[in-house]
Design a binder for this molecule. Structure first.
Ligand SMILES: Nc1ncnc2c1ncn2[C@@H]1O[C@H](COP(=O)(O)OP(=O)(O)OP(=O)(O)O)[C@@H](O)[C@H]1O
Length: 260
């Protein structure tokens, strides 16, 4: 039986003036899937992502979320069902970590004691320190910690789908790697469907099950890392060159683990 779709784009187009940011894209994301959207600056990645929760509206085509046309769902209700993690964390600077995480439950009218318990649970889930971080302002956190708060906030209303716009892009490589791994584990543990934008093909290969490649608003290719690797498209092969080179360099420089 084919798996159910969390998000489905059918012939979706969105223009800004004369520029077609997303051009006739059809793409399915299965429930429980982890899709990375890869592509150069201005290729339409953010526009594609934001069409799913109606932060941007399509000019043409159809988008369904869990089987329902997004046009039939109130945008605010839709955004509560879909967590969103911004590149820079997107935290409210004047609110504490706890208040940032609890903002959606608060808007939903959840009782204060329930919010407090949920916030504590989420702080643990994203591996922050409850005593040290709960009452801090975002400015008193590292970039990695801020992104952990951003993830906790996105999960506060228990969404089944999470959209992430370059969530780890501004972080140093070690923090980025740790956060990526931790999020991948959360994705698995919570049974989420995740769509993540990244500039970094290596990150996409390491974290995602499937990769969609955008170029000039078009969906150029999609598939598992192995399927993309077999693609004859020159741009796709170009994108794969960096991870391939990294593997070769690392294999040449590091002693093979487990070698006799
Ligand atoms: N609100 C807007 N008004 C006008 N043009 C826009 C708007 N939003 C996006 N665009 C244009 O649409 C194109 C696609 O933008 P988009 O942000 O989707 O690309 P992207 O692949 O996410 O880029 P980046 O990696 O730099 O964030 C770009 O040329 C951008 O300038």
């Amino acid at each position: 039986m084919p798996s159910k779709l969390a998000i489905s784009y059918r012939n979706v187009t969105r223009s800004f003036g004369t520029l077609t940011a997303v051009d006739d894209v059809s793409l399915d994301i299965a429930e429980g899937g982890f899709l990375a959207i890869v592509g150069g600056s201005g290729s339409g990645k953010t526009t594609l992502l934001r069409l799913a929760n109606r932060l941007i509206e399509a000019d043409r085509g159809t988008i369904t979320v869990e089987g329902a046309d997004v046009q039939s769902i109130d945008p605010v209700a839709l955004r509560r069902r879909i967590g969103y993690v911004f590149q820079s964390g997107g935290l409210f600077p004047h609110l504490s970590v706890a208040d940032n995480i609890g903002i959606t439950p608060k808007l939903l009218g959840t009782p204060a004691t329930e919010i407090a318990a949920r916030v504590d649970e989420l702080i643990e889930l994203v591996q922050l320190d409850r005593t040290a971080h709960r009452d801090r302002l975002p400015e008193a956190l590292s970039g990695g910690q801020r992104q952990r708060v951003g993830v906790a906030r996105a999960l506060a209303a228990k969404p089944r789908i999470v959209l992430m716009d370059e969530p780890f892009g501004a972080l140093d490589p070690l923090t980025r790697d740790a956060l990526g791994e931790d999020f991948r584990e959360l994705h698995r543990k919570l049974g989420l469907t995740t769509v993540m934008i990244t500039h970094d093909m290596t990150e996409a290969i390491l974290l995602a099950d499937r990769i969609a490649v955008m170029r000039g608003g078009k969906l150029l290719a999609q598939g598992t890392p192995a399927e993309l690797s077999a693609s004859s498209d020159a741009y796709v092969q170009d994108l794969l060159r960096t991870p391939r080179r990294q593997v070769e360099r690392l294999n040449a420089l590091l002693p093979q683990s487990g070698a006799a």
